[in-house]
Write a protein that binds this ligand. Structure first.
Ligand SMILES: CC(C)(COP(=O)(O)OP(=O)(O)OC[C@H]1O[C@@H](n2cnc3c(N)ncnc32)[C@H](O)[C@@H]1OP(=O)(O)O)[C@@H](O)C(=O)NCCC(=O)NCCS
Length: 198
């Protein structure tokens, strides 16, 4: 399974509510329906985003040229020693089918594993073949209930190696974010210093 993604993958920080909200607001109607199970309004998304980080969720994001284009939310079912959790994924339409969902699923499974979460639930519409295809890559059991598919994925027990992997991947994401910030600042400086094209 490829770990290459066209962007920087890292956990979102609690101060990035607006970044997360803006990503969800950019989702087109069909993607919103697949993500939330029904059509949702901009107001719903705004309130939802504000609640996510207060709920104890761990959110991974994929930033392409500094903009959050895909996210994976992991919700432990309990605040203390959760053994089960739920995951949800959103990739903006122009960035779908590029492998971002698969990479984010890998990060989410690793994070769940390292927190002792062994069963990960994912709800998706029965016609959501893409999500089911990703779940299959991670050996999930798929159960069809009316027009919903519930994927149950068993994460292995955490080990020192799995914990070190999460820490390394996170450090890579943070370093990537720093380079991105420096590059963007450099671009802004250049734009200020260079005369506008005639
Ligand atoms: C579902 C979603 C998260 C997947 O992310 P993604 O980045 O597009 O997916 P990837 O590129 O990693 O993988 C897609 C896989 O589905 C396969 N696929 C694409 N269309 C397919 C179809 N119609 N039928 C079966 N498989 C399909 C691709 O070939 C790929 O599998 P492969 O890597 O084995 O070739 C993303 O498309 C999305 O945000 N959709 C809307 C929201 C949603 O459905 N969220 C999930 C519910 S919580």
């Amino acid at each position: 399974m490829s770990e290459h993604a066209p962007g920087i993958i890292r956990k979102l920080w609690p101060g990035e509510v607006q970044v997360f909200r803006d990503h969800l607001l950019r989702l087109d109607q069909e993607t919103r329906r697949s993500r939330f199970g029904s059509a949702v309004s901009d107001d719903f998304i705004t309130h939802y985003s504000e609640r996510v980080f207060r709920s104890g969720a761990v959110v991974h994001g994929c930033f392409v040229e500094g903009v959050l284009r895909a996210a994976a939310e992991l919700y432990p079912f309990s605040e203390v020693l959760a053994t089960e959790g739920e995951a949800a994924f959103s990739v903006e339409q122009a960035y779908q089918n590029l492998g971002l969902g698969t990479v984010l699923m890998g990060r989410t499974v690793l994070t769940a594993r390292n927190r002792g979460i062994r069963t990960l639930h994912m709800n998706c519409l029965a016609r959501n073949r893409r999500m089911q295809q990703i779940a299959r890559k991670f050996d999930a059991d798929l159960t069809v209930e009316s027009d919903e598919v519930i994927a149950q994925l068993k994460a292995p027990y955490p080990t020192l190696v799995s914990m070190a992997r999460e820490a390394t991947e996170e450090a890579q994401g943070v370093v990537g974010a720093m380079f991105q910030a420096q590059w963007s600042a450099g671009q802004r400086m250049l734009n200020l210093m260079l005369p506008a094209a005639a």
